[in-house]
Design a protein around this ligand. Structure first.
Ligand code: SAH
Length: 407
């Protein structure tokens, strides 16, 4: 098969020289060969120097680089090696803890796109099931090979029976509607039922078939532990709670009262299921509130809570709506600063990739200033180690959080 070659415009090779994994469509001078979405393409400088290879896409990011090693092939060995590297990182950082203690953990992200040198691919592990999500046609086309490689990597590094099923879930994540319509979700290997899985010893029942993302927000694991640390004796509001992760940690941490709030009744149902699973059928310390968070924050009385968590959905999915997103962050944070009791702690987050750390701080700090309260930074938070950021792809750092003491 003939190699499809992409020649960059003069001067456009600098970012690949710095190992940044994206080629923008505007950087492309000429394409030799007939290219289709998801094809492997070989990238060259304007002077004809080979730079590496990647998956082609029709969007503004035209190539997602898979390798900068000249002569490397994208074959079974490639997938095996990349997935092995990803698993080895998680094992060496002692993320998987299977023994039955308070720290039992078998929910983690195995592949975080560019952070694991696999742009366009996300793999989350829930107990014995892997949920594979493709964000590019290149990864979609390779889904069967990836699933097989995944099973071999686990057999090789963890032994038989640790991973038994691979579920494919990309209907919501492929770039265009046409691609999404053609994609069907389902098991690529094995079969599994929804099972109880553990995060730091707490039980969860993620629904990878119907849930948001791959079924659970794994990226808040470490930040949830910090909520547990601060919760003793506090009255907690967990706004935008989804499956109630932060609430469970607050309850285990000894909170006097935990109110979980989400506008989705499905989310509130899942939160209640999780509270029951961990704290029994009656948990008088927990209350569920199904309401819009903006309305609730507007009308809730002052001094009701002394620990508030604000973890909204990505207000800005792309830079075009950045201004509105910042207004949204400013609004909810202003309300929290106005109402939180003196000595209260605010955990506030943004998971919008388009919102920079500086933009987010500015929105939160100007919200605080508008209320004239004395506010100090206790912690600056980000995503955990199973969502690694390649130093060559700083855009991969998307989760930003601040823990603020409000006097
Ligand atoms: N904190 C969660 C993840 C939050 S995801 C966790 O740790 O798992 C964002 C959640 O915000 C979703 O569940 C969504 O239903 C909810 N949401 C979106 N807009 C909302 C609004 N205006 N008011 C309340 N909840 C909202």
């Amino acid at each position: 098969m003939n190699k499809i070659k992409i020649y960059l415009n003069k001067g456009k090779e600098a970012s690949l020289g710095r190992l940044h994994p994206w080629v923008f469509s505007g950087a492309i001078g000429r394409i030799d060969g007939e290219v289709k979405e998801g094809d492997i393409v070989y990238v060259f400088s304007s002077r004809g120097e080979e730079l590496g290879l990647g998956h082609y896409a029709n969007g503004s990011i035209a190539v997602r680089m898979l390798s900068f090693i000249i002569g490397e092939d994208i074959n079974e060995d490639f997938w095996f090696d990349r997935l092995s590297l990803a698993l080895r990182l998680r094992l060496s950082c002692k993320l998987l803890r299977i023994s039955s203690t308070d720290s039992k953990n078998n929910i983690y992200r195995l592949v975080h796109g560019e952070g694991d040198q696999l742009p366009g691919l996300v793999i989350d592990i829930y107990g014995q099931t892997a949920v594979v999500q493709a964000h590019s046609m290149g990864m979609h086309k390779n889904r069967e090979t990836i699933a097989r490689a995944l099973m071999s990597v686990y057999e090789d590094q963890c032994g038989d029976g640790v991973l038994t099923a691979v579920y494919y879930k990309s209907q919501g994540t492929l770039p265009t509607k046409e691609q999404r319509d053609l994609c069907s979700d389902g098991f690529l290997i094995g079969q599994s039922e929804q099972e109880v899985v553990y995060e730091n010893g707490l039980k969860f029942l993620p629904d990878w078939l119907r849930g948001q993302k791959t079924g659970f927000f794994i990226d808040q694991r470490d930040n949830r532990s910090l909520v547990e640390y601060y919760s003793e004796g506090r009255k907690v509001l967990n706004a935008f709670c989804y499956t109630g992760g932060f609430s469970l940690y607050a309850l285990r941490g000894g909170a006097e009262q935990v109110d979980s709030l989400d506008s989705s009744s499905k989310a509130m149902f899942l939160t209640e299921e999780h509270v029951k699973l961990n704290f029994g059928d009656a948990c008088p310390r927990h209350r569920s509130i199904t309401q819009d968070a903006f309305d609730f924050l507007d009308t809730m009385p002052e001094n009701e809570y002394n620990l508030i968590i604000l973890d909204p959905p990505a207000f800005a999915k792309h830079r075009k709506v950045l201004r509105n997103a910042l207004i949204g962050y400013r609004k909810i944070n202003t309300k929290a600063f106005e109402k939180i009791a003196s000595g209260g702690i605010l955990f506030t987050f943004s998971c919008s990739q388009a919102v920079s750390k500086e933009d987010f701080r500015l929105a939160v700090f100007s919200a605080a200033a508008a209320t004239r309260r004395h506010v100090r930074i206790l912690h600056q938070l980000t995503q955990p180690l199973d969502h690694p950021v390649s130093i060559y792809h700083p855009e991969g750092e998307y989760l930003k959080g601040l823990v603020l003491q409000v006097d």
